[in-house]
Design a protein around this ligand. Structure first.
Ligand code: ADP
Ligand code: MG
Length: 269
């Protein structure tokens, strides 16, 4: 469990990126931080692994204040998928994945064997192991980033818009793959996105953020769609514009769901 207690971050230039944010991220489920660019999502994530130190307030992992934990140890125990991949460009895929185990003293052969296993886990063909990041597609790079984050077998996985840079088809694949992985491994995942559909798909819990990481609403996707807390949430998730509204039509004995433009969205089972 991760607990934010009135966590606040004021950067040197005076910007208050996160203003007294308090929330609980339950273990072994996915919490999505959903907000527009600049709402403080990345800052919140980085307060968990001490890449950002709160100006005031605390972040606790299983009741231990992270400020009391050695930052290097802490970072090696938490998987972090950075917003722009963060792969080392001059290191081969296998070395990128094995980075943390190597730093913690695992020998090269063992770390590489484990990295190959992780490539299987994230559905990356082993033939890609010797390539450099720029020789991979966007979707493959994202998978390498996830494999690297999983390499030390952390209980906590921080994912900062991990599927932002790939086309919608690949993105859908990666999302389904993450859902499957989460069912299998049961990590405590904090997933950052500005994409409402992604949040609804992946989040056991969704925290909708306004600037300053002020919580507009916290709940399940179901709560947010059926009981939006305020106009900000209604607008953000597209309820205002009717973007989330579907209607049904009978076609040849089947119930077809259509979006507000009359485009087919799926069939009712
Ligand atoms: P998000 O990830 O939701 O886009 P960030 O946490 O990156 O939001 O940023 C929140 C706010 O803090 C923004 O206004 C951003 O410009 C500002 N900010 C982020 N990092 C820094 C920094 N190192 N120095 C000053 N301001 C920053
Ligand atoms: Mg960000």
């Amino acid at each position: 469990m991760i607990e934010f207690e009135r966590a606040t971050k004021r950067y040197a230039d005076g910007t208050v990126a996160v203003d007294e944010f308090s929330a609980i991220v339950p273990a072994r489920s996915t919490t999505v931080l959903l907000g527009s660019s600049g709402s403080g999502k990345t800052t919140l994530l980085r307060m968990v692994n001490r890449m950002v130190e709160p100006t005031s307030g605390r972040v606790l992992i299983d009741d231990v204040d992270v400020a009391t934990v050695d930052p290097v140890k802490l970072r090696r125990s938490i998987g972090y998928v950075m917003q722009n991949g963060g792969l080392l460009p001059h290191r081969r895929v296998i070395e990128n994945i094995a980075t943390v185990p190597r730093l913690t003293g695992v020998d090269r052969a063992t770390a590489h064997d484990r990295a190959l296993e992780l490539m299987n886990l994230v559905d990356l063909d082993r033939s890609l192991a010797r390539r450099y990041p720029h020789q991979l597609s966007g979707g493959q790079q994202q998978r390498v980033g996830v494999a690297r984050a999983l390499a030390a077998d952390p209980n906590i996985l921080l994912m900062d818009e991990p599927f932002g840079a790939v086309d919608p088809l690949v993105r859908g694949d990666l999302q389904q793959w993450l859902l499957g992985l989460q069912r299998e491994l049961g990590k405590t995942v904090v997933f950052v996105t500005h994409d409402v559909s992604e949040a609804l798909l992946l989040g056991d819990q969704i925290i909708v953020l306004e600037p300053g990481a002020h919580i507009a609403q916290q709940g399940t996707g179901r709560d947010i769609l059926t009981r939006p807390a305020n106009d900000f949430v209604r607008q953000f998730v597209g309820l205002d514009a009717g973007e989330r509204q579907l209607h049904a039509e009978q076609v040849d004995g089947q119930t077809l769901l259509l979006d507000r433009h009359g485009r087919p969205a799926g069939l009712l089972a």
